[in-house]
Design a protein around this ligand. Sequence first.
Ligand code: 3J4
Ligand code: ZN
Length: 255
Amino acid sequence: HQHHWGYHDQELWLSAFEHCSGKSQSPINIDTDKVSYDPKLPPLKLEGYDLTGSTALTLINNGHTLQLSLPSSMRIMRGFDQVFVAAQLHFHWGTKEVPGSEHTIDNVHFPAEIHVVHYNTKYANLAEAARKADGLAVLGGFIGIGLHDNDNYEKIMSALSDISIEESDTEIPGFNVRHLLPDSLDRFYRYNGSLTTPPCFQTVSWTVFNDSIRVSRRQLAALEDTLKTEHNKLLSKNFRAPQLLHGRKVLASFH
Ligand code: 3J4
Ligand code: ZN
């Protein structure tokens, strides 16, 4: 039973999807005064992220987000007890007036957020792993506004006009996906949470980078203004409100 859901009526998620009212939901506000520095958090090691010259990647407007399919050659080799392979990355954003990151830092939203979704290689695929307690590892990066175009993001942003209609897709050449993430991956927050969309399974080990990514105002505007969802409405403000911690700890890899 595939239920329709949207961002305008997030309280309806609670009645339609049982996991969405759980006590380990995402996103969260990261209160920097309350995080615990953990010197034992291992640094991340990403492998196979450079897809330059390899096969084309499919970029899709699925009506909820802008999503890029990723090959399982992309892996998180360190940072967790098990190996996680990439499945897809996608974005959350707002409007010119409303910043649309999902996580917040000290109750402040960034303009947008990137999520790189990985699943545990002990499971057969993303759909199976998404239901398992140790199934998913998502890397989250805040996207802010800088003075210059970000050439790495331009590979995605310049293709948006080809997929403005819901459920349309296009192919883009392989590129170095590492360059969509912050320069430094050393400073991050880690906590246990959920998918931020229905069915809200509480199966995600979240890594949210402290350092933000910069794109130009023009590039952010392309993300905010180009894609359409059902009834030809603008696809924007596709972020879930921060959820209660219910006693969860947020670890930090840095002081
Ligand atoms: C699964 C479900 C469909 O959420 S986020 O927390 O990174 N914002 O696992 C798959 C499907 O099999 O039924 O939405 O979630 C996806 S998902 O893991 O790729 N997913 C998590 C889509 C939104 C993303
Ligand atoms: Zn997401």
